[in-house]
Ligand binder design. Structure first.
Ligand code: UN1
Length: 513
């Protein structure tokens, strides 16, 4: 169906009905079973992709290992030039790709465009970085010696990504890996395989135009069984995996079992602390976008509002009022704020979470529910809900990938709020809303938030690519994207050079022959 220009977008992205599957570059091949990609927007089949068999996978590994041998010898700034062209291609296809993200995954078109913008931003960042892969120079303790460190390409990077950011997370990894001299094998979520195909086509176009070998960017498809080919493969020194904590624990153990490196971006249970000194208007915007943006399916989605008792009713009323204005519907229609969640299994988890919070003694203040009728035929549209709860409820301790916001009340000072905020297993994103300098600094201090991301007067979601993205505890400890996150994609080498005719030993050790 011609749904807000989706057919044209599919054409622009080279998504046809036939033979989409495994790829080491421009051609697709596969002999595995088919995955059908249904849109949560209208429930219709978009296209089918074949899964990667072990034989297909070995073909991919042959191509990518071979590609690495040449790609790693290209000077980093020249690899940066390839990434620059890739960023330009993304600019050209931004609307089409944003539309596909919205249609296959269900987030609003605006957020789909935002996601592609994150890809463009990381390309720009990586281009600059391609001239800044610096190591340090140290002073040797020995005369006539020079000591320094350098960073070399690591090899094949295996990327496992989730449905909620079906294109950006791949780009964060790929753009950095490429300038670092690595080659990539990507397994996108089996819930958003066409986003994978579209990105692979864009990358392949650029690589081909530059006469680069097959295998610099590879695509494999399937569920965790296909992921396991990579996690257990000694030819892949780094696995970068985004997804649930459950998945991360399995990946971490498998990769550690062969002493490989893993970069993990797992679940969050993000809170905004609202203190007596909060700007209520800003709080409402941050909290509502954080809770209902991407229909509550970001790792950084706001799950808990920790509100001081003195402003509790004011904040609650304002947030409830804002929820009353939310329009739920086709995410390609820019009049809507909230699209569907990913599939009907996710709808069941949403319903179970609402039942659980009630059973544990919570009070629903904005009723949830599954929408039906015209425009909601896919069965994936749910109402964003709000419940008053306690931090120690089991369901509150748990990350439910759906638009459910828990209101928690605190008494006392910022440290009491921090106890609640840190009192969960996850440690991704956090925020405080306050105009009080002491509260803000306490929140950021050593006794403050234990998360990888801590914001003041900003919500929990919507991080910029320039910072390192990731979190602590059950979030997995990995850092992607900006700052010095590139270092994990390279191997570090310490070099000491003796330019004398003597061979003095370190630590002054005497060893005369
Ligand atoms: C994720 O949810 O997997 O900060 C990533 C944000 C986005 C990235 C989220 N820039 O919400």
């Amino acid at each position: 169906a011609e749904n807000f220009g989706i057919d044209t977008a599919l054409k622009t992205l080279g998504i046809s009905d036939s033979n989409l599957g495994t790829s080491t570059g421009s051609e697709f091949f596969s002999s595995g079973e088919e995955i059908s990609s249904y849109s949560p927007v209208d429930g219709l089949l978009i296209a089918k992709v074949t899964t990667t068999t072990k034989a297909d996978y070995d073909k991919v590994m042959d191509a990518t290992t071979k590609a690495f041998a040449t790609w790693r010898t290209m000077p980093a700034p020249q690899r940066g030039e390839i990434v620059r062209q890739f960023g330009d291609k993304l600019r050209e296809k931004k609307e089409a790709l944003g539309k596909l993200v919205s249609y296959e995954m269900g987030k609003s078109y605006q957020e789909g465009l935002g996601e592609v913008q994150e890809m463009i931003d990381i390309c720009d960042f990586a281009v600059g970085l391609s001239r800044q892969l610096h190591g340090l120079t140290m002073h040797s303790e020995r005369p006539g010696h020079r000591m320094y460190e350098q960073y070399h390409p690591l090899g094949v990077v295996g990327i496992i990504s989730a449905f909620n950011f079906p294109v950006a997370v791949w780009a964060w990894n790929t753009a950095l890996a490429w300038i670092c001299g690595d080659v990539c094998v990507w397994k996108p979520s089996e819930k958003t395989p066409l986003c994978g195909v579209a990105c692979q086509n864009i990358a392949a176009e650029v690589l081909k135009a530059n006469n680069l070998p097959e295998g610099i960017s590879c695509l494999i498809n399937g569920d965790h069984k296909v992921g396991e080919y990579m996690t257990s493969d000694v030819r892949i020194p780094l696995i970068s995996a985004t997804g649930s904590t459950r998945m991360g624990k399995i990946v971490a153990q498998t990769v550690a079992g062969r002493l490989g490196k893993s970069l993990l971006e797992l679940g969050g249970n993000n809170a905004i602390i609202v203190t007596p000194d909060a700007d209520i208007k800003m709080t409402v915007i941050g909290a509502v976008f954080g809770a209902v943006g991407t229909a509550g399916q970001r790792c950084t989605s706001t799950r808990r509002l920790i509100i001081h008792e003195s402003v509790y009713d004011t904040v609650k009323d304002a947030v409830v009022k804002a929820y009353g204005q939310l329009r739920i519907g086709n995410p390609l229609d820019e009049n809507n704020h909230v699209g569907p969640i990913i599939d009907t299994d996710a709808v069941k988890m949403y319903e179970a979470a609402l039942a659980k919070v009630k059973a544990e003694g919570g009070t629903i203040v904005v009723e949830g529910g599954v929408l039906s009728g015209e425009g909601y035929e896919s069965g994936c549209y749910v109402k964003p809900a709000i419940a008053e709860a306690k931090n120690n409820f089991e369901i509150v301790q748990h990350e439910t990938f759906a638009p459910i916001l828990y209101l928690l009340k605190y008494t006392g000072d910022i440290h009491d709020a921090l106890k609640l905020q840190n009192g969960v297993a996850q440690g991704l994103s956090s925020a405080v809303m306050t105009n009080n300098l002491r509260e803000a600094e306490a929140f950021l201090s050593v006794q403050g938030s234990d998360c990888g991301i801590a914001n003041v007067n900003i919500g929990t979601s919507g991080a910029e690519i320039g910072g390192a993205f990731g979190g602590e505890k059950e979030t997995g400890g990995g850092r992607e994207s900006g700052s010095d996150a590139w270092k994990v994609y390279m191997r570090r080498q310490t070099n000491t050079i003796n330019y004398t005719t003597e061979l003095p030993l370190a630590q002054g050790i005497k060893f005369d022959l």
